[in-house]
Ligand binder design. Structure first.
Ligand code: FAD
Length: 308
């Protein structure tokens, strides 16, 4: 006889800061809670050597230490963790059936905290120097490049937003763009191009990122003339796009045009009993503190949903 799926009050999908905070709140509220993570618990922030902008830490804390502490706190209240990949969610009466690589589970409410991935450029040196000069987040890492020259790769809103953020710190910012016009909104272009320390290198692509221990140069070439050059910089900010982890959510909840989950201010999605938090939701500011805040909001509203 087939075993019936294990039942929970709340299933949380994703073990980054959003999911861990949601799990801490729901398990502390005495709801039987399961967090499902397909990789290492901690989420994207485990790639950050130092986090300087999470409240309560006067000294920088490593992303690993921060999320290990979050996990310990949540499991201390009874949160269970399962290493598995979620592949679908279905509503069956008042229950949600969550399909995973380890079998089905049921829950009275689901919190999606599956985050996003930053698109990689895929050039030599990118992986090697990530965290040692290569960054995907100016808000996170800009302050490490005070009075140093940097490049930003990309030509859309994200690239110019990153470049503008970097004007607070970097001595010079070169935006490397593969076309001869930017895709960013006009207003952002005007703002960025008016900055004396922002310069755009048109029709240019990055070939290689190099250095000793840390990045010290970037090799580029002009796609029209073929001319190669080397820029001496300390930082490379990649702004070539985000990919939300929502492939398993198509037809389950409403997604916006970039594939992130549309939520209301209680973190509710278009499907009753399913909430979404952190980087995976529309208009997220993609920061740990915001992910944690979303997790708390969703947990409290999921509890209200369950208890009626
Ligand atoms: C290098 C780097 C440095 C950063 N530095 C900072 C910083 O200094 N300060 C700051 O505030 N923010 C920083 N950020 C941003 C921060 O990491 C994110 O905003 C934050 O991690 C988002 O948390 P989250 O829980 O929403 O999602 P994530 O951290 O992305 O976690 C989502 C988790 O869900 C899992 N998952 C996805 N799909 C599935 C599935 N189908 N089944 C099971 N599990 C799944 C993923 O494996 C992942 O572990 C940095 C990001 C990077 C990459």
């Amino acid at each position: 006889m087939a075993r019936s799926p294990k039942q929970y009050d709340i299933v949380i999908i994703g073990g980054g800061p959003a999911g861990l905070t949601a799990g801490m709140y729901t398990s502390r509220a005495r709801l039987k809670s399961l967090l499902i993570e397909r990789g290492a618990v901690g989420g994207q922030i485990i790639n950050a050597q130092w986090v300087e902008n999470y409240p309560g830490f006067a000294e920088p804390v490593s992303g690993i230490d921060l999320t290990e502490a979050m996990h310990k706190q949540a499991t201390g209240f009874g949160l269970e963790t399962l290493v598995a990949e979620v592949t679908g969610i279905k509503t069956k009466g008042k229950q949600k059936v969550v399909t995973t690589s380890q079998g089905d589970l049921t829950a009275r409410a689901v919190i999606i905290a599956s985050g996003s991935e930053r698109q990689k450029l895929g050039v030599p040196g990118e992986a090697e120097y990530t965290g040692r000069g290569v960054s995907y987040c100016a808000t996170c890492d800009g302050a490490f490049f005070r009075d140093k020259p940097v490049v930003v790769v990309g030509g859309g809103n994200a690239a110019l937003t990153e470049a503008l953020e970097l004007t607070k710190f970097a001595s010079k910012i070169v935006v490397i763009h593969r076309r001869n016009e930017l895709r960013a909104t006009k207003i952002l272009q005007e703002k960025a191009l008016a900055e004396p320390n922002i310069e755009v290198m048109w029709d240019t692509v990055v070939d290689e990122i190099a250095g000793e221990t840390f990045v010290d140069r970037v090799k580029v070439h002009n796609v029209k003339t073929g001319k190669e050059s080397v820029l001496e910089v300390s930082g490379v900010f990649m702004a070539v796009g985000f990919k939300p982890n929502t492939a398993f959510l198509k037809g389950v909840v409403d997604l916006d045009d970039i594939g992130t989950v549309v939520t209301g201010n209680r973190m509710e999605t278009s499907a009753p009993g399913i909430f979404a938090v952190g980087d995976v939701r529309s208009n997220s500011i993609r920061q740990v503190v915001a992910a944690a805040g979303d997790g708390a909001v969703a947990a409290i509203n999921a509890e209200k949903y369950i208890t009626g």
